[in-house]
Design a protein around this ligand. Structure first.
Ligand SMILES: [Zn+2]
Length: 64
């Protein structure tokens, strides 16, 4: 599952319980429920992260 944070950046979240406490240093297991994060979910997250990185930042309201 992909969670979009308030800044618009994607974060990898657990498919099973929806939490974002995923331990990516421990074989990609969720801290909360212990379920493994699937390769498909990780690939989806990496795609979303790449798309976010490629996007220009939203325009700021600079005073003119
Ligand atoms: Zn979980």
């Amino acid at each position: 599952m992909i969670f979009i944070n308030p800044r618009g950046a994607p974060e990898l979240a657990c498919d099973h319980c929806g939490c974002r406490w995923v331990d990516r240093t421990n074989g990609n297991h969720c801290y909360e429920c212990g379920e493994e994060i699937s390769d498909a979910a990780i690939a989806e997250f990496q795609k979303a992260a790449a798309e976010f990185a490629a996007k220009p930042l939203p325009p700021r309201d600079d005073p003119k």
